[in-house]
Design a protein around this ligand. Structure first.
Ligand code: NAG
Ligand code: NAG
Length: 338
């Protein structure tokens, strides 16, 4: 009998058992469920309230910067088509309150913002309040908790920066979007320069802001208003494509701001929003959630849903189509253009 080998095996056995015991303790330890907003769970109603408040605070920063004599506009570079990508003091200031506002309450959430300023470069940060006064409809919603690791938050601190610098303020928005497993489920679009109601929000299958209650679904592009919305600054050859694919009778309206254009489509002011060049996901995620909540659709031009998970690319190169009408009919006409 080899005594040494037996002892070694027993030692190994003890180590394995101890290891298994430690793993079981870690797995069963109650810290996972300590708090509704603890490390592993997030309350989506609270996240919606925080998103609305973040968008509104960002909007106030944007309006404040616009009222100054100097907004310090500079280029971040050029798009593939050669259009300047602008950034101003307003983008940074709004990013500070929106990004750190949400991070302050939900530090463990993945939050992706168009701007990347560090916290120490931000001035006068104060925590968001989760008391939803003034956000009509939000207070009536029920709590729902989900696994926080499945959530990605997308922030656009200032959509339509180009138009903002030109004082075309109607299409300027601030946006927050919440995606669960890559699908957009909560969208908030705030218009800092519009008359009331300034904030449109929706939580898919749960609730929506009062201004969305009267939205109607339309069927078939033949019956629509025959207006397409396209980008003002990043349009590529979309005008040519629309004339070729849909005929001359369609009116093409160029306007800034993806958030603005999606709200126009939802309101029935245009048949569809079509975009053929690259677009960033923080530009469309909130609008995607809202149009989904009112039974419209936003898809790529090859008929796919966008993936808003944190692991996905922040850029979509497959084009965008948003409509309250029959999306497959549009897609069928457009599928060979990419
Ligand atoms: C649009 O432009 C792309 C590349 O710039 C080109 O491949 C495509 O054929 C154009 N489409 C139309 C309809 O002009
Ligand atoms: C849609 O058109 C109406 C009437 O022109 C206008 O009052 C409204 O502001 C437009 N946009 C939205 C999002 O409702």
């Amino acid at each position: 009998m080899n005594l040494g080998a037996t002892v070694r095996i027993n030692r190994l056995g003890v180590c394995v058992l101890a290891g298994i015991f430690v793993l079981i303790v870690i797995y069963l330890w109650p810290w996972k469920d300590l708090d509704v907003d603890g490390p592993h769970r997030v309350n989506l109603r609270r996240l919606l309230v925080a998103s609305v408040q973040a968008a509104e605070r960002g909007g106030r920063r944007v309006a404040l910067v616009r009222s100054r004599p100097e907004i310090n506009s500079e280029s971040k570079g050029k798009t593939r088509e050669g259009a300047e990508s602008l950034v101003t003091d307003a983008d940074y200031s709004s990013h500070c309150v929106m990004y750190y506002g949400i991070k302050g309450i939900f530090p463990y959430l993945k939050v992706i913002s168009e701007e990347k300023d560090k916290e120490k470069e931000c001035s006068q940060l104060s925590p968001l309040e989760l008391d939803p006064k003034g956000n009509t409809g939000v207070e009536a919603l029920d709590d729902e908790e989900v696994d926080a690791s499945k959530i990605t938050v997308w922030i656009d601190p200032l959509d339509a920066t180009q138009e903002f610098t030109e004082n075309l303020l109607d299409c300027v928005t601030t946006m927050v979007c919440v995606a669960y497993e890559g699908n957009p489920i909560i969208g908030v679009i705030h218009k800092p320069f519009s008359q009331e109601p300034k904030t449109t929000w929706a939580w898919v299958n749960k609730g929506k802001s009062p201004n969305l209650k009267s939205v109607k679904k339309t069927y078939g592009f033949q019956s629509d208003s025959k207006t397409f919305l396209v980008s003002r600054s990043h349009s590529g050859n979309v005008t040519k494509i629309i004339k070729e694919k849909f005929g001359q009778e369609y009116e093409i309206v160029r306007s800034g701001g993806a958030g603005f254009k999606i709200l126009e489509v939802i309101a029935g002011n245009a048949s569809a929003y079509i975009h053929v060049t690259d677009i960033k996901k923080w530009d469309v995620c909130a609008g995607d959630a809202i149009i989904t909540a009112v039974n419209g659709r936003l898809m790529t031009l090859d008929g796919k849903d966008l993936d808003y998970s944190a692991e996905s690319s922040e850029k979509n190169s497959r084009g965008i189509l948003a409509s309250m009408g029959d999306i497959p009919e549009y897609i069928a006409k457009l599928k060979d253009i990419l």
